[in-house]
Design a protein around this ligand. Structure first.
Ligand SMILES: NC(=O)C1=CN([C@@H]2O[C@H](COP(=O)(O)OP(=O)(O)OC[C@H]3O[C@@H](n4cnc5c(N)ncnc54)[C@H](OP(=O)(O)O)[C@@H]3O)[C@@H](O)[C@H]2O)C=CC1
Ligand SMILES: O=C(CO)COP(=O)(O)O
Length: 411
């Protein structure tokens, strides 16, 4: 049987080469402008130009491939905006990438047009990217399986792929929560023998498709898994950082959706920048508090999967969670907002899960409870916001000074 990730050490060259070809073909002139005279131009861009500038417009020959071994093989489950964006990135990086989509007609259309008409209609996908609706064919014998299915269908898809899993690594790209379970916990329950990881960060799909630089975090207890994902996805526009705090990274991605809804709502009420900063910072306090309760390291929330993703999602009208919050703030009902969005907004479900868990375990999550009251108990936002402001004296960063130390001498 093939060992997992056996061709990993050979991929860097393949990866670099394909990235460089793509860059020089599509952005050659801009890269040269960026490179020339700019000390800050990245080392990678410099190396790529050095190695490949003479190859511009030169067709690939068999000689070019000498000494290179087969690329990593991988499948992305879920043909929404994120699964498509990540599959496209991997394919551009030279990986043998397949996008699995449940709808046969969509697959046929994508094979023909290389466009994901429903979720990313404005983008032509890499011509080497493969498409499949056959789960067995898509999963069998691959090195890595990335799962970009919304949390509501996550367990079900793992159950479906279980018969085809041998030595594949499984990576969750999903930023949500099932009832009382994180995606990593579902992987452990459904596929107890696989090596796995979770990936999360400020990764708005449309920005990635537009080659706007960003970064993400791959979290796994396995160094080989972290390295494999870095090799597969790391490129000139997408840096992949590593972490071994799986729970912390995963919770950063799931919890920030709650606060993106809050910020969308705040945007509808045209609150000031001080207010936005306060919401964002207290959101981070809630996230890290909830994370620590679940066994995460609070410092993880200072990283890309914490404050990075929180900022991106709370500040961007591209975020579907922000959009839902904004529509709610403008007076639409939840049903109307979700229908109008027509895509996944994980935060709605996450608010309910976290509200329930925090109430049960006594975790102080005032913003989450406030949102729950507004959305599910139909309480007036203004009154709820006033209540939030009257929560009494508390410590700013409880990991520096615990809350029970506030005004301790006066007690
Ligand atoms: N979009 C983004 O910018 C980012 C999203 N994420 C996360 O990635 C996950 C997926 O989001 P995203 O791609 O944006 O979602 P979308 O709403 O864009 O698409 C969801 C996709 O999943 C498919 N799907 C839904 N349920 C099932 C199921 N039970 N079985 C098989 N396929 C299913 C849908 O198929 P169909 O069209 O047939 O309904 C669709 O292809 C979410 O957890 C999200 O939080 C993470 C980072 C960035
Ligand atoms: O997670 C995301 C960006 O990192 C995408 O957020 P939305 O699901 O709110 O669009």
């Amino acid at each position: 049987m093939k060992k997992p990730l056996e061709n990993l050490n050979h991929l860097n060259l393949q990866n670099l080469k394909n990235e460089a070809l793509h860059l020089t073909e599509n952005f050659g002139d801009n890269l040269e402008i960026l490179h020339s005279g700019k000390e800050k131009a990245s080392k990678l861009v410099g190396e790529l130009l050095q190695n490949f500038k003479n190859r511009k417009n030169k067709p690939q020959t068999d000689d070019d491939n000498k000494g290179l071994t087969v690329p990593l093989t991988m499948t992305f489950l879920g043909g929404g905006s994120f699964g498509t964006a990540m599959a496209n990135l991997a394919s551009r990086n030279g990986c043998d990438a397949t996008l699995w989509v449940r709808d046969k007609r969509t697959v046929k259309a994508m094979q023909k047009t290389h466009i994901n008409k429903k979720y990313l209609p404005d983008f032509k996908l890499d011509k080497r990217l493969k498409f499949s609706h056959d789960l067995e064919e898509a999963v069998k014998g691959k090195d890595i399986i990335f799962v970009a299915i919304p949390s509501s269908g996550f367990r079900e898809i793992l159950q479906k792929i279980a018969p085809f899993i041998t030595s594949q690594v499984v990576i969750s790209l999903t930023k949500g929560k099932e009832t009382f379970a994180l995606m990593s916990e579902i992987i452990k329950e459904e596929l107890p023998n696989v090596a796995f990881g979770v990936m999360s960060g400020p990764n708005l799909a449309k920005e990635i498709m537009n080659n706007m630089p960003t970064a993400t975090v791959i979290a796994s207890e396995s160094e080989a898994v972290r390295h494999a994902v870095q090799v597969a996805l790391h490129g000139a526009f997408f840096r992949v950082f590593g972490s071994d705090d799986v729970v912390g990274v995963e919770l950063g991605g799931a919890l920030k959706n709650i606060y993106a809804i809050a910020m969308g709502m705040a945007g509808a009420y045209e609150v000031g920048d001080n207010t936005k900063a306060m919401i964002l910072t207290r959101a981070l306090a809630e996230m890290s508090r909830f994370g620590v309760h679940a066994g995460a390291n609070p410092l993880t929330f200072l990283g890309l999967s914490g404050v990075g993703d929180l900022y991106a999602t709370c500040a961007s009208p591209l975020s579907r969670n922000y959009q839902v919050g904004n529509m709610l703030g403008k007076g639409l009902s939840l049903e109307q907002a979700v229908k109008k969005l027509g895509q996944t907004a994980e935060g709605i479900n996450t608010i309910q899960q976290v509200h329930e868990k925090a109430s049960k375990d006594g975790i102080y999550m005032p913003i989450t409870h406030a949102l729950y009251d507004i959305i599910f108990n139909e309480q007036a936002p203004f009154g709820v916001a006033l209540d939030l402001m009257e929560k009494g004296f508390r410590s700013d960063v409880e990991f520096v000074m615990p809350h029970d130390k506030v005004n301790e001498d006066l007690k």
